[in-house]
Write a protein that binds this ligand. Sequence first.
Ligand SMILES: [Zn+2]
Ligand SMILES: [Zn+2]
Length: 355
Amino acid sequence: MSSTMTFKCPCCGGYLEFHPSLQKFKCLYCGQVLSEEDLRDQSEQREAEAEEKQEAAYGERSMDNGGLKSYHCQMCGAEIVTTDTTAATRCYYCHSPVVLHDRLDDAFRPDGVIPFQLDKAAAEKQFTEFVKKKTFIDKGFFEGAQLEMFSGVYYPFWYCDVEGEAEFSGEGTRTSVSTTPRHVVTTTRYFRVERKARMSFRNLARKALTKADGKLSDGIHPFDCKDVKPYASGYLSGFLAEMRDVEESEAREEILSEVKDYARKLIKRNHSFNTLNGATSFEAKKTDARYVLLPTWVLTYKGGRDGVPYYYMMNGQTGRVCGKLPINMGKLLTWALGAGLLVFAILCAGGAFIW
Ligand SMILES: [Zn+2]
Ligand SMILES: [Zn+2]
């Protein structure tokens, strides 16, 4: 059996959840609030216990059917069913938050985490405000009950810092035109251009879970890296979390090719030539990658008539939203018609004036 972690209240034995507005552990039963230090201490203890249990069960597990893993809830003993990449979830029966230790172990242990800053109520409010600002949205969207699913998920990302040297070698031209009484003289001067620059890029992000929707997860960036905390499992309690399935080397390679594009643009900036052509090379001297879990509110909205679900992601730190809103065609048509009539009226008025 693989081990799970549940954080328990020292006063009443109930479960503790990470509370975004307090940035601390809170017991949902007796209201006890623990300091962030306690959260880190308890995370360490639970992780060590889980490690021990896992080692003890190692022989047993290798006899398992094809190495299939099962998880059990520490509160009620029920079996916990997860997808391949789930790292934190809730027990389906007793609803207590569970962190799956072996999914965040060894090579898969995150380097850092940005804890949720927006709790569910704040995220809902922010989302409703975002929708209200949009003009042609379905009315049903304003009703909170329509928000079918609204869940807090930590998504895995790779963050990378790159330092390196860029070199440009090419040809620049400067052209001037002068006029004599009989000729127009165009003079083109050619310059050999060599440029060298040391460049450093910080916190370039790449998603670390293949199945995550790239467009949505790119759309909610940036996250402010000043809030990245050293990883502790306690921050995950009460939320869902996904583990990474993208290797560091793969993310590093993608980020490096992005960096080369930036370098190419940057090294040609602020020149005084009319044309500048040549080749740029970039050599990375130092790269540093970090595996970080980022807080995201995920929303599903079942569309009115067609019943098609719409998906949204909200940055759990800043509230930035990404997703496609369902447009109310009736509303849009009325507006277009109104605008059309107005144009027609102006044309008529203009016509009356001219003729
Ligand atoms: Zn308690
Ligand atoms: Zn349970």
